[in-house]
Each structure stands twice: as structure tokens, then as C-alpha cells.
Design a protein around this ligand. Structure first.
Ligand SMILES: Nc1ncnc2c1ncn2[C@@H]1O[C@H](COP(=O)(O)OP(=O)(O)OP(=O)(O)O)[C@@H](O)[C@H]1O
Length: 212
């Protein structure tokens, strides 16, 4: 008989946490940049703070002025981040601009354990990772689509946050994401077209609240 107890297993979850995730199934909202995800999600969370929550992601980038560990992000060193990746501790993770970013299983569980539904705003590669995750209970997937690429371009320009180069990159990526959403690999349970904002908001809300 081995005399040492096994190390704590952070990759599999006791059933209590899985139960919370099954009862309050997280919602993954995805869609091209400029589709209106932040607009709709921030309104939902402001309207129903006790029903929904946003989970705190991990990053290896340095905190900016005013950012607090555990509030904007869990700021961790790269070796700690990669160790958590090895343990299967992320539902999805990616590298952008030389830094790692990820959504930990634990952060999503923490929202579910407070009786709230975790809303995850995640880009396409992350959606693929979550939908094929070996242990994480399947969340519900919603794709927010712009009415057309032409309207998306108008909105990105109207938002006034991006350079011309960034707009062109976002439009190119939008085409890839829209094609993926229409492919048989896409996990989406619901597609909402954000034409009229009030209508789109009502559809997203109905999907999340009424399980339609
Ligand atoms: N139905 C709508 N009609 C007109 N404008 C809209 C509509 N929905 C969102 N917008 C506007 O489009 C712009 C893009 O929306 P938003 O920033 O919410 O997109 P996003 O999907 O969160 O993008 P990102 O992934 O880059 O954060 C914003 O200026 C927003 O006010």
C-alpha cells in the first residue's frame, strides 16, 4: 500500500460543484467583435444582478493602474498559469499579445455555487475548447450575429474604438466566425440576430431565463 495520500485532484470536481453547474448551467455567448455582446450582457447583468454573474478570468499580463487582483482578473505568473493548464483547470485559455488569458473551472463554479448563472463572453477558439472539454459539464451556447457584415462594419466604425487596421482585422475574423457558426461543428443552441437591439435583448433574455 502506498503510504502517501494522493495529491489533491484539481482536474475533476466533486459532485457538489457539478450539481451547482448542472442546476445553473453557464451561458457561453459568442459572436464577432461588434455584434453587441457587451451591450446586451452588461444590460442583463445590471437588470438581474442576483441571477447572473460574470466570472473573473486569469491572466499573466501585469495589472494596469487601478486594477485589483481578483476583481478585473486573477493576475498570476506564467508558470502558475501553465501549471493550471496542465491540471485541466481551465475551461478555455488562449494567448494574446504575449500574455495568457483563461477562464478557470473554479471561477465558473464559484458563480454557480452562489445560485447564479455564469455568463461567459468567449471568442471562437474558446468556444471550441469548452464544447470539447473532457470533464466540464456542457454549458448552453448562444451565438450573437450581426444582421450583415456591412452593418457590422458600420457599428465598428460607430463605436469609435478601433483603428482602420483593427476594423479590417475584426471584419476578416467576423467572416470566419460567421462561417463557423453555420458549420456542423458549431455547438450553438441558439442564434440571435442583433438587428433591432430591443428585440435581440428580449430574445437573449428569453433564451437564458426561460430555457427556450
Ligand atoms: N442592435 C443594435 N443597433 C445598433 N447599434 C448597436 C446594436 N447593438 C449594438 N450596437 C452598437 O454596436 C457597437 C458594438 O457593440 P458591442 O461593443 O456591444 O459589441 P461586442 O460584441 O461586445 O464587441 P467586442 O467583442 O469587440 O467587445 C456598440 O457601439 C453598440 O452600441
Amino acid at each position: 500500500m502506498a503510504s502517501h495520500p494522493p495529491p489533491p485532484d484539481t482536474t475533476t470536481k466533486p459532485s457538489k460543484e457539478d450539481d451547482a453547474l448542472e442546476k445553473n448551467r453557464p451561458i457561453v455567448i459568442s459572436g464577432p467583435s461588434g455584434a453587441g455582446k457587451s451591450t446586451i450582457v452588461s444590460r442583463l447583468i445590471a437588470s438581474y444582478p442576483s441571477k447572473f454573474g460574470l466570472c473573473v478570468s486569469h491572466t499573466t499580463r501585469a495589472p494596469r493602474a487601478g486594477e485589483e487582483n481578483g476583481r478585473e482578473y486573477h493576475f498570476v505568473p506564467t508558470d502558475a498559469f501553465l501549471a493550471l493548464v496542465e491540471q485541466g483547470g481551465f475551461v478555455e485559455h488562449a494567448q494574446f499579445g504575449g500574455n495568457y488569458y483563461g477562464t478557470s473551472v473554479r471561477a465558473v463554479q464559484e458563480i454557480a455555487e452562489t445560485g447564479r448563472i455564469c455568463i461567459l463572453d468567449i471568442e471562437m477558439e474558446g468556444v471550441k475548447q469548452i464544447s470539447t472539454h473532457p470533464t466540464f459539464p456542457r454549458p448552453r451556447f448562444l451565438f450573437l450575429s450581426p444582421p450583415s457584415l456591412a452593418v457590422l462594419e458600420q457599428r465598428l466604425r460607430g463605436r469609435n474604438t478601433d483603428s482602420e487596421d483593427a476594423i479590417q482585422k475584426r471584419l476578416k475574423q467576423a467572416k470566419v466566425e460567421m462561417d463557423f457558426a453555420q458549420s456542423s461543428d458549431a455547438p450553438h443552441d441558439k442564434v440571435v440576430v442583433n438587428d433591432d437591439l430591443e428585440k435581440a435583448y428580449a430574445e437573449v433574455k428569453a433564451f437564458i431565463l426561460d430555457n427556450v
